[in-house]
Design a protein around this ligand. Structure first.
Ligand code: KIV
Length: 272
């Protein structure tokens, strides 16, 4: 179905809800630094996620657990300086909101004040309901995240598809309704069966954005480094690579090395 697209000069949480109402799919991508965020924003991506996947992609950690609140604020403020149009959502990292609602609010306030981000994202359902409410009461928009929640990887044990069993699917549906009722403006669903994701998207009025959750949801999110092929080893079924930047950049850099070694670079025109 083709949908007439409304032009948004600046995407807000309200615009996203309007997009869902109008049947316009929402595009979301990660960015962690100024240069990448400039490209992503100029390409009219609706939502930029400063994801805690920066822990894997930028710092080379195996999980998202090690990244700190200070590091997330550094990444988010770099992104914010580049962005003119997209809504910028910042992950609250592991260990900065789980212990109690006051800590959650303090972390969210630091992100909003020190980075200039527009909203925060947290992983989990009923277990963190009070924290979500506390953040929302302070006027900070919250995006939820259900399904495969990487901050709980040691509880799950693997990165395989979540909520295939009846009981987990039931809890996920209840959690999604709770997130909407609490006042979240959107929910990310990661790596769950497409049928279940579609059912959840149809059961709530807020946008549901999927990663590995099929085409029946209101939008899609990917890690930009995966999309452009800068990461090489990560090859889940849901990932579509649009280019192989690792190879392209590698060729350019090898050419530079050869030119330096052969004294071809710099030429007469490239010096003062
Ligand atoms: O941190 C991240 O990049 C995310 C997306 C995978 C949704 O949470």
């Amino acid at each position: 179905m083709s949908v007439a697209k409304k032009e948004y000069k600046r995407v807000t949480v309200k615009s996203l809800i309007e997009m869902k109402k109008n049947g316009e799919k929402i595009s979301m991508l990660t960015a962690y630094d100024y240069s990448m965020a400039k490209i992503v924003d100029a390409a009219n991506v609706d939502v930029i996620l400063v994801g805690d996947s920066a822990s894997n992609v930028m710092a080379g950690h195996e999980t998202t657990l090690p990244i700190t609140l200070d590091q997330m604020i550094y990444h988010a403020s770099s992104v914010i300086r580049a962005v003119n149009r997209a809504l910028v959502v910042v992950d609250i990292p592991f260990g900065s909101y789980q212990s109690d609602p006051k800590e959650a609010l303090r972390s969210a306030i630091r992100i909003m004040k020190e980075s200039g981000g527009h909203a925060v994202k947290v992983e989990g359902g009923i277990e963190i309901k009070e924290s979500i409410k506390r953040i929302l009461n302070a006027g900070i928009p919250v995006m939820g995240h259900l399904g495969l929640t990487p901050q709980s990887i040691y509880k799950f044990g693997t990165y395989t598809v979540r909520a295939k069993e009846e009981e987990e699917a039931k809890k996920l549906k209840e959690d999604a309704l709770m997130l909407e009722k609490a006042g979240c403006f959107a929910i990310v669903l990661e790596k769950i069966p497409a049928e279940l994701a579609k059912e959840v998207a149809e059961s709530v009025n807020i946008p549901v954005i999927g990663i590995g959750a099929g085409n029946g949801v209101d939008g899609q999110v990917l890690v930009v480094h995966d999309l452009v092929g800068l990461t090489q080893e990560f090859n889940p079924r849901f990932l579509r690579r649009y280019m192989n930047l690792f190879e392209e950049m590698g060729k350019a850099i090898s050419n530079y090395v050869a030119d330096v070694k052969s004294r071809d670079f710099p030429s007469n025109e490239e010096q003062y």
